[in-house]
Design a protein around this ligand. Structure first.
Ligand code: SF4
Length: 451
């Protein structure tokens, strides 16, 4: 009998089944993983980090790019080799044939958000041993992120049909959660000690369209399922609120004053992907017609501290030298703070593959380097402007000599860090005021000036 089986006054007659969990892919997949892990813990399963010795392994896969699929297949292979009893779920599970061909003896393959099917497969393979006195799960669920920040998924699926993306095929059309449900989850997280909420979805600015912006009751008042109302509600909780995957629609302008007032972090993650009108049309991007440079300028007038992060694709089929020059020119005008750039990679099933002649790999590489060089200079300049200022920093990790944290302009996992020195020990999750001493290409270095 395992030591867990005899914890406290109650004892189990059987040891708890052990499940090893691998979570791959984007923050949206991470939220799915958290839901599955929460349910399993609630049912008395033990979650372990090792495949070896577990009763079974769940692999939550990512199928967005072919390289992500390869990584997913490799993770499944490793789980098969080390354990042999494997359930596959997530985006790649939406196309089970290629997984089943390679690994015919998997216990089950389920698609994204099929929590119930995953749990049924787990129940069949390793029936639960439940003891309500031992299997206590905090009401906010189990978080896979550190305790001081949490992702809040406000909708599933997407109504757009970007030509390089198969997410709508995998996840279906937009389904938004009622505003009250999201706000209640956020409240529970804050009560449990979360200091930063990261709002995610496939298209945050489209939130509520499918619900016709219906109102729901939160704290004895009606809150509509609208982007701005949700941002306002989250902004009342007294923690950092960061918005990801927003498109530059006109109604996004409404959230900028909330940023200027300090209710929502002055941070927008907007995947622009390109700037040439022809490319945006071919990519079938949402809000492609919007005058984004003017919009960015007016946002910065209202909220001068606004940090804008974005991602771009170079070498999209049919991208000419002229299209690429438009992109570089736009980039130098836009002066974005944080930027990621991908060389276009065909995704099986995406309509972009048949659009036009592919751009040769060496041209993609050359454009990628030119793009990165141009942006690095901009990002470094924008970071340097912070030297000498005082910023609030949230502490993520404590090291032997310095602590690592983030300013309001840095999202976890994707942006840079702030390295902090302090005269007294810091705590993870604490928010301190620090004086920025210097900047390098991606990160800042600071001294704590106040608590
Ligand atoms: S907005 Fe476009 S890229 Fe994003 S999930 Fe929807 S279809 Fe895919």
């Amino acid at each position: 009998m395992s030591s867990e089986a005899t914890t406290g006054a109650h004892s189990r007659t059987h040891p708890a089944p052990r499940v090893s969990f691998v979570s791959l892919g984007c923050p949206k997949a991470l939220v799915d993983s958290e839901r599955i892990v929460t349910r399993l813990r609630a049912e008395g399963y033990e979650i372990t980090r090792r495949h070896d010795g577990a009763d079974l392994v769940i692999v939550n896969t990512c199928g967005f790019l072919d390289s992500a699929k390869a990584e997913s297949l490799e993770a499944i292979g490793q789980a098969m080799a080390e354990n042999g009893r494997v359930i596959v779920t997530g985006c790649m599970g939406a196309e089970p044939e290629q997984i089943a061909r390679r690994y015919p003896s998997l216990l089950a393959i389920t698609g994204p958000q099929q929590y119930e099917t995953v749990l049924e497969a787990v129940h069949r393979a390793a029936p639960p041993v439940h003891d309500p006195f031992i299997d206590l799960v905090p009401p906010e669920g189990i978080k896979l992120t550190p305790r001081h920040y949490a992702y809040v998924k406000i909708s599933e699926g997407c109504n757009n049909r970007c030509s390089f993306c198969i997410i709508p095929k995998l996840r279906g059309n937009l389904i938004s959660r009622p505003a009250a449900e999201v706000l209640r989850e956020a409240e529970l997280l804050v009560r449990a000690g979360v200091k930063e909420l990261l709002v995610i979805s496939q298209d945050t600015s489209a939130y509520g369209v499918d619900l016709k912006y219906a109102a729901s009751t939160w704290k004895d008042r009606e809150v509509r399922a609208r982007f701005i109302d949700l941002a306002r509600g989250l902004g009342e909780l007294g923690v950092w609120v960061r918005l990801h995957y927003v498109y530059p629609y006109p109604h996004v302008d409404e959230v900028i004053p909330l940023m200027a007032e300090g209710r929502v972090l002055p941070y927008l993650d907007i995947p622009f992907q390109h700037a040439s009108p022809e490319m945006l049309k071919r990519m079938r991007r949402p809000a492609a017609q919007e005058k984004t440079l003017e919009r960015i300028r007016s946002w910065r007038e209202v909220a001068p501290d606004l940090t804008i992060r974005s991602t771009f694709i170079v070498g999209f089929p049919g991208e000419t030298d002229a299209d690429f020059d438009v992109l570089l020119e736009w980039l130098s005008e836009a002066q974005l703070d944080r930027v990621g750039c991908f060389r276009y990679e065909p995704v099986a099933g995406a309509s972009a593959n048949d659009l036009a002649t592919p751009v040769p790999d060496e041209v993609k590489d050359e454009r990628w380097h030119r793009f990165m060089q141009a942006q690095q200079a901009i990002s470094a300049r924008r970071l340097r402007r912070k030297v000498g200022t005082r910023q609030q920093i949230i502490v993520d990790e404590i090291g032997p000599t310095v602590a690592k944290g983030r300013s309001k302009g840095d999202a976890p996992e994707i942006d840079g860090a702030v390295y902090l020195s302090a005269r007294r020990p810091l705590k993870v999750g604490e928010i301190v005021t620090a004086k920025i001493e210097r900047a390098d290409a991606y990160d800042l270095h600071a001294t704590v000036a106040g608590f």
